[in-house]
Ligand binder design. Structure first.
Ligand code: HEC
Ligand code: HEC
Ligand code: HEC
Ligand code: HEC
Ligand code: HEC
Ligand code: HEC
Ligand code: HEC
Ligand code: HEC
Length: 414
């Protein structure tokens, strides 16, 4: 018998304990690893055990009886069978209500609509199944920072396949999503600033229905978070033409994975996106140049004020009010950058003019502060000179008193 030697190990019958765990904890390698990992698994925390996924009978110490096919035992669960096995519990509303009443129960239904699910159903086992994203025997809650689907860890989880050229060979897909995403403003916000409202892979692709968003839904994906740009874009001259061209909204100008910090250089100059489609002399080209000019004007004016206020501050002048106003000016610059999405110069001009008025005021405040400093310096010099003159006078007076008194004594000695 295959298990004869093990039978000896279990000569002493086990108590009510779980025979799967008891026996597997004294085995080695891949046979023992599940027991070790399972301590942290959410299923263990809710009182589930090996048999809930593998079947068999955990009260039997004899391996044949414990791992009996007659008791529904399945060894290493085949990849193609994983989604249904998880869904046995997770898609059962009545069952899940007892444990996590508010949790969704549509993961399998969603998964089946995804490229992963469709290909798995066709027998392709290189796609992601539940355990590739969630791990197995060490399944944690999504909010656990050690969970492979936690927003900060998810990119690496997807990248295990999507950045692996060997794994992805044979599919007509690029493998640069991870590398590109890691250079984006979104990863920067998420990883460096801990801003959990910034998107990780699943925020744009969905977690269980992972598909590239289709053309119409791409603008919608970005718009879930960037509401103002979406509203302007939807009413802009681009929306209908891009949609008809089959192009994907925001992505046309910003890209999808490697979204960088935008600036006026996107409108005019060597890195402009507008010139890819618009001649400089066309209405679009002219609007691009005008908007860039407006944005640069405000940027320069604010920078000029920043400079003079910094100088005033360094020389000890009180300019905090002007500095606060500068912030409002910066906000106008952001408003102008948002207004770009109407693709009309007039829309950008309004916040720019408001910002310019602020910048003019703060510049004047800087000039006044520096003038005030000069007055004070002048005042100081005048008083210093006065003091110096007084001291000189005093010295001369003392000298002459001393001189007189020496003269007297000389005279006395004569
Ligand atoms: C007395 C020891 C013993 C008990 C009890 C036992 N197992 Fe095993 N199990 C083994 C050994 C040894 C192997 C490896 C040999 C084999 O594959 O048959 C194994 C293999 C497995 C495998 C991997 C099969 C594969 O195809 O790779 C799974 C899964 C498993 N056991 C689950 C369970 C579960 C669930 C229980 C409780 C119902 C259980 N075991 C109880 C000793 C035991
Ligand atoms: C939530 C469901 C679930 C639970 C609970 C579970 N397993 Fe598994 N187990 C799986 C799946 C799915 C696989 C297939 C993993 C794969 O394809 O890499 C598997 C694979 C295994 C294997 C084969 C490992 C290998 O790499 O060959 C062993 C052994 C095993 N499980 C033992 C256990 C033991 C022992 C327990 C209890 C401590 C347990 N499992 C609890 C789902 C589960
Ligand atoms: C491509 C990766 C991926 C696959 C495949 C996947 N999941 Fe998920 N799953 C996620 C992500 C990401 C989250 C976290 C969603 C969030 O941030 O709220 C998640 C969350 C969950 C949750 C927590 C509740 C919820 O719905 O938000 C459950 C339960 C779950 N998945 C079950 C499954 C099951 C069952 C399968 C297989 C049918 C599966 N997952 C397949 C990535 C995946
Ligand atoms: C176990 C490997 C694996 C993991 C992990 C994985 N994927 Fe996939 N994914 C694939 C394979 C293989 C394909 C099929 C390629 C195809 O569509 O032809 C695929 C397809 C896709 C597609 C469809 C692409 C297209 O246009 O056809 C998207 C989108 C996708 N995955 C996103 C994700 C995201 C997001 C994650 C992480 C949450 C993830 N994947 C995790 C292997 C994986
Ligand atoms: C800000 C939203 C966003 C984020 C974050 C994002 N994607 Fe995408 N992804 C898209 C869009 C949009 C497309 C479709 C491209 C198109 O149609 O132009 C896409 C396409 C894809 C594709 C299809 C192949 C391709 O490159 O066109 C895969 C695979 C993919 N993404 C995986 C990932 C992975 C893995 C991550 C995380 C590392 C990720 N995506 C993060 C928006 C996003
Ligand atoms: C889940 C929400 C979410 C989604 C979806 C999303 N973003 Fe973002 N995005 C953010 C957050 C949060 C930031 C960082 C905001 C900040 O720090 O100013 C950001 C930053 C940006 C920035 C830089 C803005 C700046 O001035 O710093 C651009 C450009 C951008 N996103 C474009 C897009 C595009 C294009 C898409 C769709 C392909 C998209 N975003 C999808 C949340 C999202
Ligand atoms: C036709 C090109 C184009 C399209 C389409 C487009 N944008 Fe922009 N976007 C720009 C330009 C140009 C800027 C830079 C303005 C600046 O900072 O000077 C910008 C700036 C931004 C910013 C940064 C604003 C800030 O606070 O500084 C975000 C965020 C953004 N876009 C999101 C989106 C979203 C979301 C969509 C889709 C709804 C979209 N964009 C569509 C060209 C475009
Ligand atoms: C992918 C190509 C493409 C890009 C990139 C692009 N546009 Fe356009 N734009 C078009 C098309 C097509 C139209 C509609 C046809 C037309 O009027 O030229 C249009 C229309 C316009 C119009 C209205 C023109 C009119 O005659 O009323 C303006 C203004 C405009 N775009 C400005 C911009 C600016 C500014 C940028 C850069 C931020 C930009 N476009 C980027 C393709 C593009």
């Amino acid at each position: 018998m295959r298990y004869a030697a093990l039978g000896l190990l279990f000569a002493v019958p086990l108590a009510a304990a779980d025979s799967c765990i008891e026996c597997h904890s004294v085995l080695e390698g891949d046979l023992q690893a599940p027991v070790k990992a399972f301590a942290n698994d959410i299923h263990a925390r809710f009182g589930f055990s090996c048999t809930d996924c593998h079947g068999g009978n955990r009260n039997e110490t004899d391996p044949e009886a414990a791992m009996s096919k007659a008791r529904g035992f399945v060894g290493k669960i085949p990849r193609t069978a994983v989604p249904e096995r998880c869904a046995r519990c997770l898609s059962d509303t009545g069952f899940m209500e007892k444990y996590k009443p508010r949790q969704r129960v549509d993961q399998l239904a969603q998964y089946r609509t995804s490229m992963h699910g469709k290909r798995l159903a066709a027998g392709d086992t290189k796609v992601a199944t539940c355990i590739d994203c969630h791990s197995v025997h060490d399944i944690r809650e999504v909010k656990d920072p050690l969970s492979p689907v936690h927003p900060l860890r998810l990119p690496e989880t997807c990248a295990r396949c999507h950045a692996d050229q060997a794994h992805m060979a044979g599919y007509k897909l690029p493998t640069d999503q991870f590398a590109s995403y890691r250079k984006s403003v979104h990863w920067e916000a998420l990883a460096k600033r801990g801003d959990l409202s910034a998107p990780s892979c699943a925020s744009c692709h969905g977690n269980h229905g992972a598909q590239p968003p289709d053309v119409e839904s791409v603008a919608a994906v970005c718009g879930n978070c960037h509401v103002m740009m979406e509203d302007l874009y939807k009413n802009s001259p681009h929306q209908p033409v891009f949609a008809a061209m089959g192009a994907a909204g925001c992505v046309v100008c910003h890209g999808n994975h490697e979204i960088r910090l935008p600036n006026a250089g996107m409108l005019a100059g060597p890195n402009a996106v507008c010139s890819q489609c618009h001649e400089a002399t066309s209405a679009g080209g002219i609007a691009a140049a005008e908007m860039a000019h407006e944005l640069n004007r405000l940027e320069k004016a604010l920078a000029r004020s920043d400079q003079i206020l910094a100088k005033a501050q360094q020389s000890g002048m009180e300019v905090s009010e002007a500095l606060l106003r500068q912030r409002e000016g910066r906000e106008d610059l952001v408003k102008a950058a948002v207004a770009v999405h109407a693709f009309q110069t007039t829309a950008v001009q309004k916040p720019v003019n408001e910002g310019l008025a602020i910048a003019a005021g703060t510049y004047q405040a800087g000039v006044a502060a520096l003038k005030e400093r000069s007055y004070r310096r002048l005042g100081l010099s005048v008083s210093l000179i006065a003091i110096a003159i007084t001291m000189l006078g005093l010295r001369l007076a003392i000298r002459s008193i001393e001189g007189r008194s020496t003269g007297n004594s000389l005279r006395t000695w004569k």
